[in-house]
Design a protein around this ligand. Structure first.
Ligand SMILES: *Cc1c(COP(=O)(O)O)cnc(C)c1O
Length: 224
């Protein structure tokens, strides 16, 4: 077995034990493999081992990679990095999902730049639960109006929210995120995705309702 295949098995094992511990079906959590900075050969290896969802942060790198990996016909590409408003077009044209949408200007541009011939772009809104100016993500009070804007955009589909809790964030932050997610889900019937949890907080995220965990290093090894 290759190293990446082994790592994927180990991460699935971790996800499955957390699901078991918190009485959730294993099928309720999707693994997003974060392949940023990793070569196309690493993505191919993960794909051969059955992985389908891949997350990328850096636009130029990811567009090159997606182009070179067009033969992986079932790969699903997710953009999870900070978005500059003049860089929305390559996201709208190359990705199936974007997790890091945090302001109206980005929503409008993505909707204009996504072809109506294509399936709508799946959107998660990134929420900054701790409300720190230095971190990306919108404030909680802006969530409902931005969610409505996405829902009203014909070339976008509102799928849910994304959060990056601070290191050692208290459990209350995770619970507050889950409340936000459940409230959004009750208001919009397209909402089914709560993107939260990385290598260090996978268990806490699954305990608090995450439906998609984003894991890089544990699958592909350390980034240089
Ligand atoms: C890099 C990144 C990850 C994966 O981080 P690892 O520590 O490599 O598991 C997850 N989510 C986001 C938003 C990231 O930028």
């Amino acid at each position: 077995m290759t190293l990446i295949k082994n790592n994927l098995l180990a991460v699935h094992q971790q996800i499955n034990s957390a699901c078991e511990a918190f009485s959730r079906p294993q099928s309720s959590v999707t693994l997003l493999a974060v392949s940023k900075t990793k070569p196309t050969s690493a993505v191919e290896e993960a794909y051969l081992a059955g992985q389908r969802d891949f997350g990328e942060n850096y636009l130029q790198e990811s567009v090159d990679k997606i182009t070179q990996l067009a033969h992986l016909s079932e790969a699903i590409w997710h953009f999870i990095g900070p978005i500059q408003s003049n860089k929305t077009k390559p996201i709208a044209e190359n990705f199936s999902w974007v997790h890091s949408v945090d302001r109206a200007k980005i929503v409008r541009r993505l909707n204009e730049q996504r072809s109506s011939q294509d399936t709508p772009l799946n959107v998660c809104l990134q929420v900054n639960i701790s409300g720190e100016a230095s971190k990306s993500g919108m404030l909680v009070e802006d969530l409902q109006s931005l969610a409505q804007l996405v829902a009203d955009s014909p070339n976008l589909t509102l799928r849910g929210i994304m959060a990056i809790p601070q290191k050692n964030a208290p459990k209350e932050s995770y619970m507050a995120m889950q409340d936000l997610y459940l409230e959004l889900k009750s208001r919009f019937d397209t909402v089914d995705t709560f993107s939260m949890g990385m290598s260090a907080d996978l268990g806490t995220a699954i305990e608090n309702g995450s439906t998609m965990v984003r894991i890089g290093t544990a699958i592909f090894g350390a980034r240089t």
